[in-house]
Design a protein around this ligand. Structure first.
Ligand code: AHR
Length: 324
């Protein structure tokens, strides 16, 4: 009798456990939230790190992610947002490649009752209500930090004149406009600083190389400092400087933005002087915001991650692996 009861109890236990397991695995296929995210493309290590982080955090938070890569084209992003609307996702997020031209498609999202979150970059709109939250870096501060570094460097080297060339990111994108504004506002009060030229490098390594070649051909020996809006363009520019016979980091001051591992390694070698951090790790804040929106909670209008400056002013051997 005792034996039969035990067997029955075991059978009951197995039935309960398998019912529980079934329920759990059903839940795994029944996400708490469906999030549509339109990524700009794969133009940089930063962008790839950002995509990976968003995918990983979606998994961590049990969010079902519809991810679309726009391959650097605004029209692809607009088409992706329309697909998200047709699919009736719970929340739409996107990193706008440029600031202008979003109002129509965002009005369609608003009419469908789907909240929209901006990730990384901002838009220019007459109707700010179209956006519920912006999650991304304070690009203006990044430009300020780059300018402040250059002023400190000029002080420490005792320089009385600095000719600067600027290689900018994608025209009409938020980081391009804000980084330039922050940098110019910071250096403009210092009469030693002189900008020779600003040139569009589109955040691409190949364009960084082309721009640098042109700048060296045009200004040669006069260039004292390069302010490049991202690591990718900086990494493209450095071999051009070396081929022209100059030492980046000593003959020419090199300032970059992002803080990816490759640029940090070059900083450690002394061929970049300063890298202002722009973290791609925005996924956690995005998932938490999207979940709050789904459950009807209020969310912060703007979320800026904390960022820092890496430079030859510190012991660079202590910089921890960057993870992107
Ligand atoms: O919008 C962030 C910028 O876009 C990063 O600085 C750059 O590397 C990326 O492509």
């Amino acid at each position: 009798m005792k034996k039969r009861l035990t067997a029955a109890a075991v059978a009951l236990l197995i039935a309960l456990v398998s019912a529980g397991c079934k329920k759990e695995s059903d839940q795994a296929h029944d996400p708490r939230l469906l999030l549509g995210f339109s990524q700009i493309g794969t133009e940089s290590a930063w962008r790839i790190g950002n995509t990976v982080d968003i995918e990983e955090q979606a998994e961590n938070y049990g969010v079902s992610l519809m991810l679309e890569n726009a391959n650097q084209k605004q029209e692809n992003q607009i088409a992706a947002i329309r697909r998200f609307i047709a699919y009736k996702v719970d929340v739409i997020a996107f990193s706008p490649i440029v600031e202008d031209g979003w109002d129509n498609v965002l009005a369609e999202a608003e009419n469908a009752g789907i909240p929209v979150v901006l990730v990384d970059r901002d838009i220019n709109t007459d109707n700010p209500e179209l956006i519920t939250c912006k999650i991304g870096a304070d690009f203006y501060s990044e430009g300020v930090m780059a300018g402040e570094y250059l002023i400190r460097k000029a002080d420490s080297l005792g320089l009385d004149h600095i000719n600067i060339v600027e290689i900018t990111g994608t025209a009409n994108s938020t980081p391009m406009m804000q980084r330039q504004a922050g940098f110019f506002d910071t250096i403009s009060g210092d009469e030693r600083m002189n900008v020779l030229e600003s040139i569009d490098g589109d955040f691409l390594k190949s364009r960084g190389a082309e721009c640098m070649r042109y700048l060296l051909d045009t200004y040669g020996d006069s260039i004292d400092a390069v302010f490049s809006h991202n690591d990718e363009m900086t990494i493209g520019a450095i071999p051009e400087i070396e081929e022209a016979g100059y030492k980046p980091g000593s003959d020419i001051i090199i300032i970059s933005i992002d803080g990816g591992q490759d640029a940090i390694d070059i900083l450690k070698e002394g061929r970049i002087n300063c890298v202002v951090e722009c973290t791609p790790k925005l996924g956690k804040a995005l998932m938490e915001t999207a979940l709050k929106l789904k459950s009807g909670e209020t969310v912060d209008e703007v979320i800026h991650p904390q960022e820092q400056v890496f430079s030859d002013e510190q012991d660079t051997s202590l910089i921890a692996p960057r993870g992107y």
